[in-house]
Design a protein around this ligand. Structure first.
Ligand code: 5AD
Ligand code: SF4
Length: 447
């Protein structure tokens, strides 16, 4: 039987995006407020939660492995409770119970406030699912339990009202809703007071941020946050190309502490595919947005998401994606092959007709082009001086620190007298394909 006390300790495995990482902090805070205690590791926990992602096929495969392991653990440890929360419960619903007998409860992204009572009910027997949507839920007023003391996520809006044909997010996370402006500012103030040095504003579609009562759109919010935390780096993600405005780009250009980095998922280089994907813009408009960004912020680091082998993709469409990567020269890209998601517009109306081998070959070609470009850009940075926020000790040597540039490049540098949390100038002396290497330059930037 489980030792006394353990039944009220929990451990969360987090999969997927930054929003899930932020949500795990919210879940931990909600449980702690009801007397549950966070465990250091899985072995010390009486409740294990998997906070999951459903956006691509391999995300689902990854939790399968974890659930197999937990099935074994439950046999040895009577009373252990296992819950799957986040996007997979909304995607697969109650069928998860029959697929994976180790699961005791399911909770979707809008129901975390009910977790304490759900746990009590499950403890007295039975399996339960809490899968309601609540388009008002922003978790306003919940102060998340954060990992680390340097970098913090602040979800400013949740959900998505777009209907990109491949995407399951609108079905797992529901309608868009924004955190009130005053509540975001309050959270930012607390982060500043606790010494955080980097704040990332999160939303599935941040440009849709809207507080009608206080009259704030995302550009105004970003500006206000950056003024509230002048010594912290400010980042945000994710923007939709059709919604990113010149006003927003001007805010980024004008405010020194907003990182000059924009993540702008393109998904395909072909207008025909963008149309099938229901993205709401043509590729020329994407290219124009990039030109607008580069004219206002010449050193802007750009990154993107791209999908190979979406329904109906022809060789010419794929070539257009390769060309786009070569023309824009993104700093980095998240690259995927298409996997059909049940319930989406594409699953209902389009044939998943690109053979798997072709999808994989096209993805590999995309990866090869992007790796070459990233490598060239990294080599090109040798000899320059870059502002870096030190995050941690380097994995390879305690004589070195690891940090990130404003453009989100990983930089490893000689430690000297610096410590994680310091913002300093680093002279770049070398580069691998994914990391810049350097040493502190003589003068610092900001205190
Ligand atoms: N198949 C492959 N990639 C997908 N993405 C979203 N849905 C799918 C899918 N069904 C990618 C998109 C998105 C990123 C978060 O994941 O590129 O921007
Ligand atoms: Fe999915 Fe499109 Fe919404 Fe992004 S904007 S979450 S890709 S539906």
């Amino acid at each position: 039987m489980m030792e006394a006390g353990k039944s009220h300790t929990f451990f969360i495995h987090t999969f997927g995006c930054q929003m899930n990482q932020a949500d795990s902090g919210i879940i931990a805070a909600l449980l702690q407020a009801e007397g549950y205690l966070p465990a250091e590791n899985e072995a010390e926990a009486g409740i294990i939660l998997l906070n999951t992602c459903a956006v691509r096929e391999n995300a689902v495969d990854r939790i399968e492995h974890c659930l197999q392991h937990l099935k074994g653990l439950k046999k040895r440890e009577k009373g252990l409770m296992v819950g799957v929360v986040g996007c997979i419960p909304q995607y697969r619903k109650e069928e998860m119970f029959s697929l994976y007998p180790a699961i005791d409860f399911l909770a979707g992204p809008d129901t975390y406030r009910t977790l304490p009572s759900l746990l009590e009910q499950v403890r007295s027997g039975g399996k339960l699912a809490s899968l309601e949507f609540n388009a008002q839920e922003t978790y306003e007023g919940v102060e998340p339990l954060r990992q680390g003391a340097i970098s913090a996520f602040v979800p400013v809006m949740r959900g998505c009202n777009n209907r990109c044909a491949y995407c399951v997010v609108p079905f797992t996370r529901g309608r868009e809703r924004s955190q009130p402006f005053s509540s975001v500012i309050l959270e930012v103030r607390k982060l500043v007071a606790s010494g955080y040095r980097e704040i990332t504003l999160l939303g599935q579609n941040v440009n849709s941020y809207c507080d009608t009562e206080e009259g704030y759109n995302f550009a105004l919010l970003l500006d206000a946050v950056s003024q509230e935390a002048p010594l912290a780096r400010i980042r945000f993600t994710t923007s939709h190309p059709k919604d990113i405005s010149e006003a927003l780009v001007r805010v980024i250009a004008n405010r020194p502490n907003i990182c000059n980095h924009i993540h702008l998922p393109v998904q395909s280089g072909s207008s025909r595919m963008l149309d099938l994907m229901n993205r709401g813009h043509r590729i020329e408009e994407y290219r124009e947005k990039i030109s607008m960004i580069r004219s206002l912020i010449p050193d802007a680091a750009l990154s993107t998401d791209i999908i190979a082998g979406f329904c109906g993709e022809q060789e010419a469409d794929h070539q257009a994606s390769l060309e786009l990567l070569s023309d824009i020269r993104f700093d980095s890209a998240y690259m995927f092959f298409y996997s059909t998601r049940q319930g989406t517009v594409a699953a209902k109306t389009l044939a998943d007709d690109v053979p798997e081998a072709v999808k994989k070959r096209r993805l590999q070609e995309i990866i090869d082009v992007q790796n070459r470009i990233s490598g060239e850009l990294f080599q090109g940075a040798i000899g320059s001086v870059i502002e870096v926020l030190a995050e941690s000790e380097s994995r390879r040597s305690c004589e070195q620190l690891m940090g990130r540039s404003a453009g989100n490049r990983a930089v490893v540098f000689d430690r000297a007298d610096y410590k994680p949390g310091d913002l300093l100038n680093v002279a770049i002396t070398g580069a691998t394909s994914a990391t810049l290497i350097g040493r502190p330059a003589h003068h610092d930037t900001r205190a």
